[in-house]
Design a protein around this ligand. Structure first.
Ligand code: AMP
Ligand code: ZN
Length: 113
């Protein structure tokens, strides 16, 4: 499949991988928007949040709990951090393989732009 994040998960395209297991891969965002900016993806190709099904519930839980673990490892868990999943163009989704952004290390604005 011609998908950038599938290729990163398969190590066909290099990335700074910070975690990998049977189901998930986490890597540094190539264009970081905060001192900590990590993307967490499932190895399974799911194009967008709209495609999630009940069978994905456990996987989604694991994605969020990995973000929590990485936040602690990067020592941003107490100060605070943000997780973002963009769905489709108007939200700014540019890679159509679901991914969670873990952002931290600076104060965040609300509402997001
Ligand atoms: P989104 O706009 O929510 O779809 O997020 C896609 C993210 O992927 C952006 O933050 C990009 O900076 C990031 N990105 C794009 N290409 C790469 C790459 N080759 N390695 C790491 N991150 C990437
Ligand atoms: Zn993919």
């Amino acid at each position: 499949m011609d998908c950038l994040f599938c290729k990163i998960a398969a190590k066909e395209i290099p990335a700074k991988i910070v975690h990998e297991d049977e189901e998930l891969v986490a890597f540094e965002d190539i264009s970081p928007q905060a001192p900590v900016h990590i993307l967490v993806i499932p190895r399974q190709h799911i194009s967008r949040l709209n495609d999630l099904q009940p069978e994905h519930d456990e996987l989604v839980g694991k994605i969020i709990r990995l973000a929590k673990k990485l936040a602690k490892e990067r020592d941003i868990d107490q100060a605070g951090y943000r997780v973002v999943m963009n769905c489709n163009e108007q939200a700014g989704q540019s890679v159509f393989h679901i991914h969670l952004h873990l952002l931290g290390g600076r104060a965040m604005q609300w509402p997001p732009g």
